[in-house]
Design a protein around this ligand. Structure first.
Ligand code: ADP
Ligand code: ZN
Length: 529
């Protein structure tokens, strides 16, 4: 037995000698001491915070082999290679191994010749794996990306639900669960589903001060993106997220045609191309990865200088995790999102037509609403983000778009009434489909073919909105949708009134709106650049 004092020296020794670092970061030391002493832990740290050492050092200090559950089969080889490079004995078992290598790793595990064994969660459903684990000596279980157990989350992995059995089968072995996704709701879901009820929680600050958050009105998204890359990030590595595979392809082609070293990544590409593109992104300098959210989990590239979203993320959790891939090295980085009316229409529609029961759709809608609130806020984006994750925020951060160029807000009550009255008039033509564009044409008094055909130029609302520009009207529609004062219905994005619309039409509610920038906001230089 080692005494507590000896253990403390041992952990610091390992940090310096094996990993070559001088000091622990944040509460790494507290987590490590707790797990080394045999306690369970739930660790929440932002991406890049240094979660791996929290289980790797206990794995080296405690007797036996640490079993690491990781959903990232494609990255197991990299993780093991990185450990081997610093002289740590580690192995992995997954479906990609040939039988000989598998037998070798199994023998090493049983003989205690490795200190860490990486496993995919689905492996634990097999009797063969369980009996293998019984034959070795396990020092601890580490459950990486623990938010994958959350059924509401976007990374849900059914096999994670099975992991509560680790505790039943090996009650004496300490467990450490780690994640970068962390509302208090997700945290308690993880604790419950993994039977980590007695675990100590270690929650780091989620602030990433070196990331500059910016959310801009979407106009010509690809051109706006190109301007961002050319003006602020020439030659930098970055990630561009798109919603669909088709738009990933188009955007990558567009960037390449404009001289940017861009590559596509999505689940529709064959495994070989995906692996090759990922390797180029990781190893070469200045590659821009255009991807769906299938890309990124577990990617450890310190110098990603920007993360751009061309489509609205479905939740603040997803947005935060994706943007968190920027600037792991602590240097100034940009999180940029282009967001427009069509995003709201499309996502509301996706929720309406999604499978699953009412509770599930309500949950999706609540997540979307929080994301919309972040987009439309006139407050500091960082303060709003931190509060969402349960951290009190003090004042403005000085490094987000609303702090750098405070948006004006204006009293949009009359504009909202004009728009809602128009929707009300059109609503009476039950069998017709009129989206936002048509309503705006009516307000602006444009005699388009569709308007003359339906005689909408004879409506009393025709032309009553010519005091605002088309872009401003789109902003009004978008913000009313975001606030639930307006709804979209059906496949054509038909605008419809909600219960709350009545409060505005009946003058019982004022509507404050964010002023749309007349021209694209001038790019603010990141701090320290
Ligand atoms: P996470 O899994 O939380 O996203 P990692 O464990 O991959 O983060 O660590 C992020 C980076 O920080 C890695 O390059 C890692 O080597 C480095 N790192 C971790 N702990 C320390 C430390 N105490 N001192 C210096 N660098 C560290
Ligand atoms: Zn701010």
């Amino acid at each position: 037995m080692v005494s507590p004092a000896e253990q403390v020296t041992a952990t610091l020794e390992v940090l310096r000698r094996v990993f070559g670092y001088d000091a622990f970061r944040g509460f790494q030391r507290e987590v490590i001491d707790h797990v080394v002493a045999g306690g369970d832990a739930l660790v929440l740290m932002p991406t890049g915070g240094g979660k791996s050492l929290c289980y790797q050092i206990p794995a080296l200090v405690r007797d036996g082999v640490a079993v690491v559950i990781s959903p990232l089969i494609a990255l197991m080889q990299d993780q093991v290679d990185a450990l081997t490079a610093v002289g740590v004995r580690a192995g992995f078992l997954n479906s990609t191994l040939d039988p000989d290598t598998r037998r070798l790793v199994e023998a090493e595990f049983v003989a205690g010749e490795i200190d860490l064994l990486y496993l995919a969660p689905e492996a634990l459903a097999s009797r063969a794996t369980l009996s293998l684990l019984d034959r070795g000596r396990i020092s601890l279980f580490a459950i990486d990306e623990a938010h994958c157990v959350s059924q509401w989350g976007h990374d849900f992995r059914p096999d994670y639900l099975n992991l509560s059995m680790l505790h039943e089968r090996w009650p004496g072995v300490p467990r450490i669960a780690l994640t970068a996704t962390a509302t208090s709701a997700t945290r308690s879901e993880i604790a419950t589903r993994l039977s980590l009820t007695a675990a100590r929680h270690f929650v780091a600050s989620f602030d990433r001060p070196n990331i500059q958050y910016r959310i801009v009105p979407k106009r010509e998204p690809r051109k706006q993106l190109l301007a961002l890359l050319r003006d602020e990030h020439p030659g930098d590595s970055g990630i561009v997220y798109c919603l669909s595979r088709a738009s990933v392809e188009k955007t990558a082609d567009f960037l390449v045609a404009n001289g940017i070293d861009a590559l596509p990544y999505h689940a529709g590409l064959d495994a070989g191309t995906r692996a090759a593109n990922q390797q180029r992104f990781l190893r070469a300098d200045g590659v821009v990865m255009v991807a769906t959210i299938a890309f990124g989990m577990g990617i450890d590239k310190p110098d990603v200088r920007f993360v751009a979203h061309l489509d609205l993320p479905k939740s603040v959790e997803g947005y935060y995790q994706e943007t968190g891939r920027a600037g792991r090295d602590g240097l100034p980085s940009t999180a940029w999102l282009a967001y427009g009316l069509q995003d709201v229409v499309q996502q509301r529609k996706m929720i309406d037509t999604s499978e699953g029961d009412l509770a599930h759709r309500r949950n999706l809608a609540a997540h979307l609403d929080a994301m919309l609130a972040l987009c439309e806020t006139v407050r500091c984006r960082r303060a709003q983000l931190l509060e969402y994750f349960g951290e009190p925020a003090t004042g403005g951060c000085g490094n987000c778009d609303t702090c750098l160029e405070p948006p004006e807000s204006w009293d949009g009550t009359v504009a909202a009434q004009k728009l809602l009255s128009t929707v009300f008039r059109l609503d009476r033509e039950r069998n017709q489909r009129f989206g936002a564009g048509h309503c705006i044409d009516i307000l602006l008094g444009r005699a388009t073919d569709k308007i003359t055909q339906h005689r909408h130029d004879s409506l009393t609302v025709f032309g009553i909105g010519d005091d605002l520009s088309e872009a401003e009207w789109r902003g009004v529609v978008r913000q009313l949708l975001a606030e639930g004062l307006l709804a979209v219905e059906g496949d054509y994005g038909t605008l419809a009134l909600t219960d709350a619309s009545g409060e505005v039409l009946g003058r019982r509610r004022t509507v404050m709106l964010r002023r749309e920038a007349a021209r694209p906001a001038k790019a603010a230089k990141p701090r320290g650049a």
